[in-house]
Ligand binder design. Structure first.
Ligand code: ZN
Length: 456
């Protein structure tokens, strides 16, 4: 196998099992990678040749990007080949008039953000792992992040894709048009497919005009109902410039503003809910006036009890640092991290019920809740003692996931299914939906060699 793969991509670009085992499985993971080989093609044609060989020899292939996923979607077994896109990092073209970028799939998200910025444009996908996540991985998992309320998920930013299928066929669909209603939009099959239907090798992405400035506020809210009203109020008052609306429950706010966390509380810690509000616009002075007026009117309506308002870009950075300091949940125990969606009207009851059932059924634990409230997406973190982790984890999962069915919620808002949420897929998808997913998989990958066993 090693010899055959080296003949395609060159000696230096195939690692054997021993070399693979020296690599970490990812920043959030204690373990190292395993696989029969890791192959690093540089072009779509090389990916195609690798797949043709693996298809002919019934070898399974797991595609890897930046290894920042949280659901074990890119775990490989010792008889499988890892296809890493780390050498496909070319930004091939940025077209400022068409406002598109054409890139290879291994480009790091932050690298593309900076390249777009140099053209006074923006690639608005943004998430904590921006420094190591790849664009191909973002598309394969339909990544969400902090600005979905304004720009949508990765799916909404991809205009065209080039994909290598399981048998090595190259499906080139590098569309540059925003409007192109010419039959089935095949790219959407591969976006969010977690490497099970094809290997994304190149992408055409939609860029946006770069915002000139941003305004942010960290506000305290008296109750959950006020948080929902505040979202509508700010969105309406800001006329399309609202770019993030991040909720934090009191316990999470305390976690990220109390030592050993680096952050300090910009406003008192005893309110029930907090929201980080961000607006990005095109005119600094009038944007600031409008932002402050919207906050004042929210205070008059008692939707906001207290607020810290950014005075500089450094303040904005500090506010985001608080929100992003999820790593604090690793202190003093082990966190079980969830990524769920549910209608905003159901959130208060769901989270109150969850706190109650956890208290009743999980002896010692801590519960933190935060998330992208504007998108109906909550991150729930339940921390238990390290010695309880493996025993408690399935119980906690059941308590978090089972009630979602009644509320029409989703077991995965943005992280995907991978291996981790596979047992719970049926909470969010009907039997008919899963049957059609399986038939698409069988059509595109009849030997099931692409990331087998993931999702379902
Ligand atoms: Zn998130």
């Amino acid at each position: 196998m090693i010899v055959a793969l080296r003949a395609i991509v060159g000696d230096n670009n195939v690692l054997d099992a021993a070399e693979v085992a020296k690599r970490s499985a990812g920043a959030w993971r204690p373990d190292s990678l395993k696989a029969a080989a890791l192959v690093r093609p540089k072009t779509t044609d090389e990916v195609s040749q690798v797949m043709r060989w693996c298809h002919a020899h019934d070898v399974s292939v797991v595609t890897q990007g930046g290894l920042t996923g949280l659901v074990h979607a890119s775990d490989a077994a010792s008889d499988q080949v890892i296809l890493s896109l780390e050498h496909m990092y070319q930004i091939e073209d940025i077209n400022p008039r068409q406002r598109t970028a054409t890139v290879q799939a291994g480009v790091i998200l932050q690298t593309l953000q900076e390249a777009a910025d140099a053209h006074d444009l923006s690639f608005p996908l943004d998430l904590g792992a921006r420094g190591s996540a790849t664009i191909g991985g973002n598309a394969a998992t339909n990544a969400g992040g902090n600005r979905v309320i304004r720009y949508g998920m990765t799916r909404d930013m991809v205009l065209g894709l080039e994909v290598v299928l399981a048998d090595g066929t190259i499906l080139s669909s590098l569309n540059h048009l925003i409007k192109n209603n010419t039959g089935y939009d095949l790219k959407h099959l591969f976006i969010g497919s977690e490497g099970t239907l094809g290997i994304i090798t190149r992408l055409v992405l939609r860029l946006r005009e770069k915002p000139v400035g941003q305004n942010m506020a960290l506000v305290a809210v008296p109750n959950f109902a006020a948080m929902g009203k505040l979202l509508k109020h700010m969105d309406r008052s800001l006329g399309g410039t609202l770019s993030a609306f991040e909720a934090m429950w009191q316990s999470f706010y305390r976690l990220v503003t109390t030592a050993p966390a680096k952050g300090r509380p910009p406003i008192a810690q005893d309110y029930p809910y907090y929201v980080l509000i961000e607006s990005q616009g095109a005119a600094r002075e009038s944007d600031t006036a409008r932002f402050n007026a919207a906050l004042e009117s929210a205070m008059e309506q008692e939707l906001i009890l207290d607020a810290a308002i950014s005075q500089s870009d450094a303040d904005c950075h500090d506010f985001w640092s608080l929100r992003d300091d999820v790593g604090q949940s690793m202190q003093g125990g082990l966190p079980v991290v969830f990524d769920i969606s549910l209608p905003i009207d159901a959130m208060e009851r769901y989270t109150e019920d969850l706190a109650r059932t956890l208290t009743a059924q999980i002896s010692e634990h801590k519960l933190w809740i935060f998330g992208h409230l504007g998108d109906g997406n909550l991150h729930i973190v339940v921390q238990v003692k390290p010695q309880d982790y493996f025993a408690m984890r399935p119980k906690i999962e059941a308590l978090v996931y089972q009630p979602l069915a009644a509320f029409g919620g989703s077991v995965s808002a943005e992280h995907g299914i991978g291996l981790e949420k596979k047992p719970y897929l049926s909470i969010s998808r009907s039997e008919t939906e899963i049957a059609i997913m399986r038939s698409i998989k069988a059509t595109l990958d009849p030997k099931s060699i692409l990331n087998p066993g993931k999702i379902f």
